[in-house]
Design a protein around this ligand. Structure first.
Ligand code: HGY
Ligand code: MN
Ligand code: MN
Length: 396
């Protein structure tokens, strides 16, 4: 399975993945998922929001045990973020069949669409739509860098955008959702464990800063006569790092768009996207307030018009304690329980059904990079742990 999926959407130059929502690479990943489902005799479903489901047992019976993750990636992302959870789900089912497990509850394996939000800027679109955390109107407003709307992109990929919207009946049929994911940090490497359980997801969000200046000639405009948005942007990046450091939080400007983006032209516009996260909402609010204040102060000084838009936000997620503890018990009790700053579909769905996460050791902690890696032994340990959990939850 892993080898079949590996080449899909991989960029030859960087070795990273460019599996963006509703692109050809995404379509190929979806075809892979459907083929895996059908090869196992599972009944395949595409829900109203384009999420993929592979069922063992009656999809309508309710109280289903669901596992899975996502197959899309960030720009030049790694091979494991998302796909490890989906491949491990199919492999765990294969293991349960090898064990002769008898299912007492329906089981489903899922691929949630557009988890990374790399193309349209909003994380977890597939699960947010299903959970009613993204309205249809807002979804229709999403545009990619070329101005293609989400509905348009879905249409071009053969998915009817006319059906998107909340799917409470479907989510009500989930008795428990367990997502296995490569750890995006080094806690398990430091503790020496191959597998861990998630306790919580930090509150986190994405803000777009638009610095509007005045286009002019780089070679003839005196420094005094400039209204250069790049200055305000640069000062804001430094302020973000300072605010995060002071608060023990995280702040990253990882994406920038410059107009007209010419070497010898003072920009008219610099757009910068901030990703910020903190262990609690109060700290995150303080960091954002500090960064916004610094940005406005520099913009005023540089004669720049600044607008700030929050594009994506996920409040803190505390995974359901009963399910978290049940997983710990099923896995022998002595397993690390760790928080994370990374968002996941399991976080979004936690408002609609009991959800939990398993993490697989990542020896370098690197993620959202072609260098992302997990050792095969640890991946196998993850599959066995997931099989143990699914057996304990869904089988007699
Ligand atoms: O950004 C995140 O936390 C996740 O990878 N979508
Ligand atoms: Mn990710
Ligand atoms: Mn992920």
């Amino acid at each position: 399975m892993w080898r079949d999926l590996l080449p899909i959407g991989r960029h030859r130059g960087s070795g990273g993945y460019r599996r963006f929502a509703w692109t050809a690479a995404d379509t190929d990943c979806r075809a892979w998922f459907k083929a895996q489902a059908e090869a196992r005799g599972l009944s395949f479903e595409l829900d109203r929001n384009g999420n993929q489901w592979a069922w063992l047992g009656d999809p309508l019976a309710g109280d289903a045990v669901v596992t899975g993750s996502h197959l899309d990636s960030v720009p030049d992302g790694g091979a494991f973020d998302g796909p490890l959870g989906v491949v491990s789900s199919f492999a765990a089912l294969d293991e349960l069949r090898r064990r002769g497990a008898e299912f007492a509850r329906p089981l489903a394996i899922t691929n949630f669409g557009d988890e990374e939000g790399a193309r349209f800027g909003l994380a977890c679109v597939g699960s947010r739509l299903a959970a009613g955390q993204l309205t249809v109107d807002k979804a229709h407003e999403l545009r990619d860098a070329d101005g293609v709307s989400l509905p348009e992109a879905m249409e071009r990929a053969g998915q009817d955008p006319g059906t998107i919207g909340p799917d409470p009946e479907r989510l009500a049929r989930i008795g428990a959702f367990v997502e296995l994911h490569v750890e995006q940090g080094r806690a398990l490497d430091l503790s020496g464990d191959p597998v861990g359980i998630a306790s919580a997801i930090w509150p986190h969000g994405r803000w777009r800063f638009d610095f509007h200046g005045e286009a002019n000639h780089a070679g003839t405009t005196s420094l005094e006569d400039r209204r250069d948005p790049m200055l305000s942007y640069a000062a804001t990046v430094l302020a973000a790092r300072q605010q995060a450091r002071l608060a023990g939080a995280l702040a990253t400007f990882g994406k920038i768009a410059v107009e007209p983006n010419g070497v010898n032209a003072i920009p008219s516009l610099v757009r910068g996207w901030l990703d910020s996260r903190a262990a609690d909402q109060g700290t995150l609010d303080t960091v954002i307030a500090g960064i916004e204040a610094a940005a406005h102060e520099h913009a005023d000084r540089d004669g720049i018009d600044l607008s700030i838009t929050r594009e994506s936000f996920t409040p803190v997620v505390e995974f359901q304690h009963a399910l978290r503890d049940e997983l710990a018990k099923l896995l022998g009790g002595a397993i690390p329980v760790l928080g994370t700053g990374a968002g996941h579909d399991a976080g979004i769905l936690s408002a609609s059904a009991p959800t939990a996460m398993l993490f697989v050791r990542n020896p370098t902690g690197i993620s959202h990079s072609p260098a992302e890696y997990a050792a095969e032994d640890d991946c196998v340990a993850g599959v066995v742990a997931l099989a143990d959990v699914l057996e304990g939850l869904a089988c007699r």
